[in-house]
Design a protein around this ligand. Structure first.
Ligand SMILES: [Zn+2]
Ligand SMILES: [Zn+2]
Ligand SMILES: [Zn+2]
Length: 137
């Protein structure tokens, strides 16, 4: 994956990419820092994440508390251009953020004179892993 994006393989890149590959859902910047922080300093972690975003490997997800989350991109993202037109789901119970790849961002009709750029849709609720029978009734 790193080679495909013409990135040299460094220990930090490898480690952080592995984090994403072994994790379903999004990762918070803080979590990545904690997990990778044993081996790499904050600046390295930050730069690695920036590089991944620029290369179209991961995308950022906005959160209500202004912390940044990242998730792996699908194959059609490329350097300098993201095609992540899916919505994100934040679970109120477990706090995980999921990419709902099959749900396309709805088109927003804007008043005349406004041009939309990136549209971010974040849905909050209870994910399928947390939906217990008791909650369903
Ligand atoms: Zn992307
Ligand atoms: Zn959940
Ligand atoms: Zn996503």
């Amino acid at each position: 994956m790193l080679k495909r994006n013409s990135l040299s393989i460094t220990a930090s890149r490898k480690k952080i990419l592995q984090l994403f590959l072994s994790h379903t859902g999004a990762l918070a910047h803080g979590d990545i820092e904690v997990t990778a922080g044993e081996k790499f300093d904050r600046v390295t972690v930050y730069r690695t994440l920036q590089t991944f975003v620029e290369k179209g490997i991961i995308h950022t997800i906005p959160t209500a508390d202004n912390s940044i989350r990242y998730a792996l991109c699908k194959d059609d993202c490329s350097e300098g251009y993201h095609h992540d037109h899916h919505i994100h789901f934040v679970c109120d119970v477990c706090g995980n953020t999921y990419c709902l790849d099959d749900v396309v961002t709805p088109e927003i009709r804007l008043p005349k004179g406004y041009t939309a750029g990136q549209v971010e849709v974040v849905v909050e609720g209870i994910c399928k892993n947390c939906k217990t029978p008791e909650l369903r009734s």
